[in-house]
Ligand binder design. Structure first.
Ligand code: SAM
Length: 278
């Protein structure tokens, strides 16, 4: 009897089919997610055109405590430049513009870019780019890598997640920086929302391998999510050089200390325990 009809060939074939169907399912799922995200973008772009210029209370996902955290940083640290990835309709960009330093922000969607451009026209210190975040960061590395910069990494939206590359580019080119990542899991506080991309989650384990051996300072909010307002999205601060010095005494943040690199799981647990021991 030919191999195709043997006792073992059919289960093996159906296993292969199962794997292919699973792959197709994941492909269709992320495709559907992308299409829905793009439709939402168009709706938001039209809605934003009809509303007045951004109100600061709506910045950073309408989170009043997070706005206070950022204001406290700008009040003490000599930050020379803000770089945002993912402009959307420019609400947080306008919030950053009030600190008076140059603000660079990029957006992949032409519809959102033009809306933000119109809404932010009054801010002379805002520079918008219709570009992929990686391309903008590489370009700015040529211009302002020597300056103490504040990054707001918020371009995670579609199936393509640029965050890993963004962190690599920043670490490679900047010595003094503070980077705030949005939609990030806050260990020990499930009330803060965060993003998941298939099996990947935006959490410490996701960035642990990206952090260079020399290390970055990693800090999370210490104000509980129950005291936050707005969308209550989680966030994390990565910093180096003058950035790490500036955050060291910030009472609204708490350090996440690496105590053991032996295994991801154990390291994650230890890090969780370290929360609250800034
Ligand atoms: C969560 S929204 C940004 C919200 C905005 N930062 C704010 O606080 O109002 C994410 C934005 O990133 C954009 N985006 C997604 N991938 C991108 C990429 N690779 N480069 C630049 N922008 C991107 C999306 O089109 C979307 O407008």
């Amino acid at each position: 009897m030919s191999g195709v009809f043997s006792r073992w060939a059919i289960p093996a074939a159906s296993r292969g089919l199962g794997q292919q169907l699973r792959k197709l399912y994941f492909h269709l799922f992320s495709f559907r997610r992308d299409i829905l995200a793009r439709l939402n973008v168009l709706e938001d772009a039209f809605a934003a055109l009809a509303t007045p210029p951004p109100d600061h209370s709506a910045a950073l996902n309408c989170q009043a405590v997070r706005q206070r955290v950022v204001e406290s940083i700008f009040a003490t640290a000599p930050i020379r430049c803000v770089i945002e990835t993912g402009t959307y309709t420019g609400t947080s960009t306008a919030f950053f513009a009030k600190f008076g330093v140059p603000v660079h922000s990029c957006e992949l969607s032409p519809a959102l870019f033009y809306v933000a451009h119109q809404r932010l026209a009054v801010h002379e210190n805002v520079h918008l780019y219709l570009a992929d975040s990686r391309a903008m960061l590489r370009e700015l590395a040529r211009q302002v890598a020597g300056e103490f910069c504040f990054f707001y990494l918020d371009a995670h939206w579609y199936a393509d997640l640029p965050l890993g590359d963004e962190i690599r580019i920043i670490q490679e080119h900047w010595h003094d920086f503070i980077a705030m990542i949005d939609d990030f899991e806050v260990p020990g506080d499930p009330g803060y929302g965060y993003d998941r991309y298939g099996r990947r989650r935006l959490n410490y384990d996701y960035i642990a391998d990206l952090i260079t051996p020399s290390g970055l300072d990693v800090r999370f909010p210490c104000v509980p999510s129950s005291e936050e307002t707005g969308a209550r999205r989680g966030y994390v601060f990565l910093s180096a050089g003058m950035g790490a010095l500036a955050l060291a005494d910030n009472q609204l943040l708490t350090a996440y200390k690496a105590t053991d690199g032996s295994s991801r799981g154990r390291r994650g647990l230890k890090h969780r325990r370290a929360i609250g021991t800034a």
